[in-house]
Ligand binder design. Structure first.
Ligand code: SF4
Length: 337
């Protein structure tokens, strides 16, 4: 794991930008108290800092700052074409945090945002009010969609707040996608059939090469084992699979390692998918020249860059054959463009 994340999020941000409108919000005060040594800068609106043009995403990534702000509508977005809605009648994702503590080279946030800083919206109660009108039917809300909510949980408490809220709303189902090993903040909560903790896993070589500042595979597996032991529903996400000449040498032993550590019978589902990204974002990422991952000769169809059909089929066939040695095929979900 990168040394930066050996520290808690509270030690990471040298500067805190705070919207004047939320300076007295209890959540703001609680978070600010965690940063006694950081410079506090009052601002009018988070967009004045976060959306400013000509920022250098790559340089900012080395030393991210935190912006505390108040979110205004929209609070929910319809689930996108790029993601799996698991057949729920309603499927939304919700941005309570913009940006991510981690820095994955294959992450589209680099092409989507001007800034690598993190915006944490403190008025989470407004999100709950926004989702309530939809809860007359089964609804899935992905609360860690364009970010990793659990990575900042010790600061935000957002995942726990959503889980407690779902406890009062039987039609509300949550997916919490993460690479974090930070299960501790959820230890005191009751597991629920409405919640899926979805862990993204990669071989350690891929983590070292492309998933900067994230916990190691071993740390993630340890957190998953604890969640399973506590009775949580866990989905494993081997997504995106990164293809290269070593693909089989890296990914086949990796699957063995997963199932040597985790009890396959306790795992709710497993998702397999390969790299895909909006070609517009990919073009922006290429300009940063920060990773070889941007320069693979992807095919572009309907504005989506992905591996060729042949490579995609090879990845899926290889992975499905390997995973089914341990795990029932009917519990595997695959994503193909
Ligand atoms: S953990 Fe997810 S959101 Fe965060 S940088 Fe990696 S891919 Fe992006």
């Amino acid at each position: 794991m990168n040394a930066a994340l050996l520290h808690s999020p509270c030690e990471l941000f040298s500067h805190l930008y705070v919207e004047r409108a939320v300076i007295d919000h209890p959540q703001t005060k609680r978070i600010m108290a965690r940063f006694p040594r950081s410079h506090i800068i009052e601002i009018d609106h988070y967009k004045d800092v976060f959306n400013r043009p000509n920022q250098d995403f790559r340089i900012q990534s080395r030393s991210k700052n935190l912006i505390l702000a108040r979110r205004e509508a929209p609070y929910l977005y319809e689930g996108s074409y790029y993601s799996d809605g698991f057949e729920f009648e309603n499927f939304f994702y919700t941005p309570t945090l913009l940006g991510c503590l981690y820095d994955c080279d294959y992450c589209y946030l680099q092409g989507m945002y001007n800034s690598a800083n993190n915006v944490l919206f403190v008025n989470i109660e407004a999100y709950f009010e926004a989702v309530k009108p939809h809860l007359d039917k089964p609804t899935l809300v992905a609360i860690s969609y364009d970010t990793d909510t659990l990575a900042t949980e010790s600061l935000s408490g957002h995942s726990a707040a959503w889980i407690v809220f779902a406890g009062r709303e039987p039609n509300l189902n949550l997916e919490i996608r993460t690479k974090s090993a930070n299960f501790k903040p959820l230890r005191s909560l009751e597991p629920s059939a409405q919640i899926v903790l979805a862990w993204t896993l990669s071989p350690q070589v891929i983590i070292d090469r492309y998933e900067h500042k994230t916990p190691s595979l071993r740390q993630r597996l340890k957190a998953i084992a604890e969640a399973l032991q506590a009775g949580w529903q866990v989905r494993l996400c081997i997504d995106p699979v990164i293809y290269n000449d070593d693909f089989e040498a890296l990914y086949l032993p990796f699957v063995d390692e997963i199932f040597a550590t985790l009890d396959a019978e306790k795992i709710h589902q497993l998702t397999l998918g390969s790299f895909r990204m909006s070609s517009t974002y990919l073009k922006r990422i290429k300009k940063m020249h920060s990773s070889d991952i941007a320069f693979y000769p992807y095919e572009v169809n309907d504005g989506v860059a992905s591996y060729s059909k042949a490579v995609e089929q090879k990845i899926l066939a290889t992975m499905v054959a390997k995973v089914t040695a341990y795990f029932p095929k009917e519990k595997i979900r695959t994503w193909e463009i």
